[in-house]
Design a protein around this ligand. Structure first.
Ligand SMILES: [Zn+2]
Length: 486
């Protein structure tokens, strides 16, 4: 039957990408990853690339060759090391080799959250750190994981046909993988766009929670409640959790209190890493903005040239949806905007957001989202708002696991609201700089600030109803919004 399979494969490829994608997946290389002990000291990785004669491995952005040992060919495969990469050549039309990656050493010496972090007997490390990927070759990689007694593993990789899968081109931007003594839980949420019109038959989403094993004052139940409630308000805002499967790695930080740091890395699947202080109380967890901000990032494509849009969406929407859920008062939202929005003026009004440094994109982007939200509501008589633009982005497939160019994201947003609001604002404030009169904007919205920055409202102002709409509970909300606490 081999000739038939080959002929069928050739035919399917000839018919184009859509049909070819339905064919049984075959891996360019398969990785069997074995965790060598329960405290996650090192990985032993056996790589099998059927039908390949010679490839170079390692050297992709983020790969840490310094922590690789014992890179050796298996069977007839020959290996030659060249400055942080390996040329691998086989005799029999296939490549087999193995190497060892020292997780312990990487966590101790690199000391960077996006390389490897150890807490107790567990390690979180990003995919490109330890996965020696084949250079300049398109294809999919499959992975299997072997674990010793008492150890676990968690990733956001796609699971099918008994293996985990990712595209070789996405390895360098691959997300977090946790190993060792983890505590894991699977949270079920409404799937992407499932709560929108005609979305009823979409499958649910799974958010895997993996907690590294350091001490944490939050009880497991309190941690799970906080994460699932935060994910639920994001799912409500986006009308479905933005990704079908995601990972949230909680890294306890000894001696600290509050949420210390968070980041999303989307390649290979949306993965969030959240550093939570050991001494964090339940109140501090719900008061912190970081978790909701990071979960919101799962609902945008990676835009290499438009951090203003990615950070703007998360910075602006986070207090808005926490207010809609009753976790913040409307006054607290506008007080935060009153403090933050002036910091966006440098990008929006003086330099153009395309030209500002990383520090300027958060509030510069947030100010863009505020202007867009007001304009969409004004033009549609309150029928639509910024959330419709963001839901449109997700419905078009623009989520954290993909990379898009900025124009495509802007077009998807504007198509969803039926107006070219974001495109026009980008012309004025991203690729050019145009003055914004913030005191006048506050007056029109009916927001007054006292000398200490506290907000009060004037309901007779011309845009007062739009201001009220932005933070009001959503009357069309399909989910019973979770209360703040028990
Ligand atoms: Zn962010």
């Amino acid at each position: 039957m081999r000739w038939l399979t080959q002929w069928l494969t050739a035919l399917l490829v000839g018919l184009g990408g859509t049909v070819a994608a339905l064919a049984q997946p075959t891996a360019l290389c398969d990785y069997q990853v074995t965790l060598l002990d329960a405290r996650a000291s090192a990985l032993d990785i056996v790589v099998d690339c059927p039908g390949q004669e010679a490839l170079t491995f390692g050297g992709q952005r983020g790969f840490r060759a310094a922590f690789v040992s014992d890179f050796e060919g298996l069977d007839e495969t020959r290996v030659r090391a060249i400055g942080g990469a390996w040329i691998v050549a086989g005799e029999a039309g296939s490549l087999r080799f193995r190497y060892r990656f020292e997780l312990d050493q990487a966590a101790a010496e690199a000391a960077m959250p996006d390389v490897a972090q150890r807490v107790g007997d567990s390690v979180v490390a990003t995919l490109p750190t330890w996965l020696a990927a084949p250079q300049r070759t398109a294809g999919r990689l499959s992975l299997g994981f072997g674990l010793p007694e008492g150890a676990a593993f968690a990733s956001a990789l796609v699971w099918s046909d008994g293996r985990y899968w990712l595209d070789n081109e996405t390895v360098w931007s691959g997300g977090y993988v946790a190993f060792g003594r983890l505590r894991t839980a699977e949270l079920t949420l409404p799937g992407p766009v499932s709560l929108g019109p005609a979305g009823q038959r979409r499958p649910p989403a799974a958010l895997r929670l993996a907690r590294l094993d350091g001490p944490l004052d939050l009880l497991q139940d309190e941690l799970e409640q906080w994460v699932s409630r935060s994910a639920a308000i994001v799912a409500d805002y986006y009308r479905g959790f933005p990704v079908e499967q995601g990972l949230l790695v909680v890294v306890p930080v000894p001696g600290r209190s509050g949420v210390v740091f968070g980041r999303v890395i989307g390649g290979g699947g949306g993965a969030v890493m959240l550093q939570v202080g050991q001494r964090t109380t339940v109140e501090q967890a719900y008061d912190a903005w970081v978790l909701v901000h990071e979960l919101l990032h799962l609902g945008q494509p990676f835009l290499g040239n438009a951090f203003w849009l990615m950070e703007g969406i998360a910075t602006y929407s986070e207090p808005v949806l926490r207010a809609r859920a009753g976790w913040l008062s409307p006054e607290e939202v506008w007080e935060e905007f009153g403090r933050g929005m002036p910091r966006g003026l440098d990008g929006v009004a003086r330099q153009g957001l395309a030209n500002v440094s990383a520090r300027g994109v958060y509030w510069g982007g947030a100010l863009m989202m505020l202007l867009a939200d007001i304009e969409i509501r004004r033009l549609t008589g309150g029928q639509r708002g910024l959330e419709h633009c963001l839901r449109g982005l997700i419905a078009a497939g623009g989520v954290a696991s993909v990379r898009w160019d900025t124009a495509r994201a802007i077009a998807a947003c504007d198509a969803a609201v039926g107006r070219d609001v974001l495109a026009r604002l980008a012309e004025r404030h991203v690729y050019d700089a145009t003055p914004v009169d913030l005191p006048d904007l506050w007056r029109q919205l009916g927001v007054r600030f006292d000398e200490r920055g506290r907000a009060s409202f004037d309901d007779s102002a011309p845009l007062a109803s739009i201001r009220a709409q932005i933070t009001a509970p959503d009357p069309a909300s399909p989910l019973p919004l979770p209360p703040l606490r028990n």
